[in-house]
Design a protein around this ligand. Structure first.
Ligand SMILES: CC(C)(COP(=O)(O)OP(=O)(O)OC[C@H]1O[C@@H](n2cnc3c(N)ncnc32)[C@H](O)[C@@H]1OP(=O)(O)O)[C@@H](O)C(=O)NCCC(=O)NCCS
Length: 323
């Protein structure tokens, strides 16, 4: 059977770092409160000329370089984002243009913080279905542009950035020894729409709007949703927590990450955490964390890696990958 194998990774961050201390000048908050509740110490904030598409392009180029490929080798550009440069066309076609590609196809996916997991699952289906041989899967966000900078309950949590993977079709045997995506589990429940949303849009207010969140409500549901899809992935593949080399969670909050890992019996040494440095970068957080853990040598070829995320909708999902 065909498997979607990771060939390369890349990441991009805006130039400007905003620390918790910097935030103390903007809203009534403290470094101590933010660190204690979230584990975040700093985040990157896009400046003039830095957009979701420009960060996505940078991450895509880095992933292509890492894979030893060029844009000519890519058939599909898939971008997970909730903060596109324009309402349309898709950020993916802009990145396609920036890469000088006028072949293949490109589109965006919108599943908020679960976007990268949804995009990996979708790219895997396109590759296994034979529509694409090589895909650039990108998570790119500029959440700083939809934050209400007067709302301390949300503006301290998020940051900007982008990450990308190159996936390529490879013949596998159909066992969990294969490299590539082994299973993807996707879920959503729109009943929770109002717990984490943006209060604007083209068809409702005609404005972009700002992020609104009932933080405590999101927190209450998070660990249960995450463990649900990770257990789903174990069940689908006959693997267990002991088989995992790495858990690479969506980086929303240190307490959610630790709570989920503990419930699943995954030791903290196997969990990749970058929320302290990046904040919550929504769909970009998993590929950013992957890039850090690949670059520093933690994630190696053949490792079993679990990706998971939850976010607005609610949406949640996991992808199990043999690296
Ligand atoms: C947002 C979150 C960190 C808040 O932590 P919490 O322990 O639930 O805190 P609460 O919302 O109960 O607020 C506690 C107090 O801190 C205050 N507070 C809120 N934000 C603050 C800030 N940035 N700085 C200082 N105080 C703050 C509140 O006003 C409240 O004060 P009060 O007790 O006087 O009313 C937490 O709920 C959370 O992580 N939720 C999940 C959010 C998330 O990850 N979303 C993205 C999912 S993809």
């Amino acid at each position: 059977m065909i498997r979607s194998v990771v060939r390369g990774y890349g990441a991009a961050l805006p130039k400007r770092v905003m620390t918790n201390r910097d935030l103390e000048d903007i809203v009534e908050t403290s470094d101590e409160w933010i660190v204690q509740r979230t584990g975040i110490t700093q985040r990157y904030i896009a400046g003039e000329g830095e957009t979701t598409a420009s960060l996505g392009e940078q991450a895509a180029r880095a992933a292509l370089d890492n894979a030893g490929l060029t844009p000519d080798d890519i058939d599909l550009v898939l971008v997970a984002t909730s903060t596109p440069d324009n309402t349309f066309p898709a950020t993916a076609v802009d990145i396609q243009r920036r890469l000088g590609m006028n072949h293949g196809y490109a589109f965006d996916m919108q599943a908020v913080c679960s976007g990268f997991v949804y995009a990996m699952a979708t790219a895997d289906l396109h590759i296994r279905g034979g529509m694409a041989r090589r895909a650039l899967v990108i998570g790119a966000e500029t959440f700083s542009r939809i934050l209400d900078w007067k709302d301390r309950t949300t503006c301290v949590l998020f940051g900007d950035g982008a990450g990308a993977l190159v996936l390529e079709a490879e013949e596998g045997t159909g066992t969990t020894a294969d490299r590539g995506v082994l299973t993807a589990q996707l879920r959503s429940d729109g009943a929770h729409k109002d717990k984490l949303y943006v209060d604007g849009g083209p068809s409702s207010t005609g404005t972009v709007g700002h992020l609104r969140m009932e933080g405590r409500e999101v927190f209450k549901h998070a660990v249960g949703m995450i463990t649900d899809v990770i257990e789903g992935a174990f069940e689908a593949t006959g693997t267990t927590a002991d088989d995992l080399d790495w858990l690479v969670p969506h980086q929303a909050n240190r307490r959610i990450i630790d709570g989920s890992a503990k419930k699943l019996g995954i030791p903290s040494e196997k969990v990749v955490v970058t929320v302290d440095l990046h904040g919550n970068t929504s769909a970009a957080s998993i590929p950013l964390a992957l890039s850090v853990a690949c670059a520093d040598g933690r994630i190696k070829k053949g490792d079993l890696v679990m990706l998971e995320a939850m976010g607005g909708g609610f949406t949640w999902g996991s992808v199990l990958v043999r690296w």
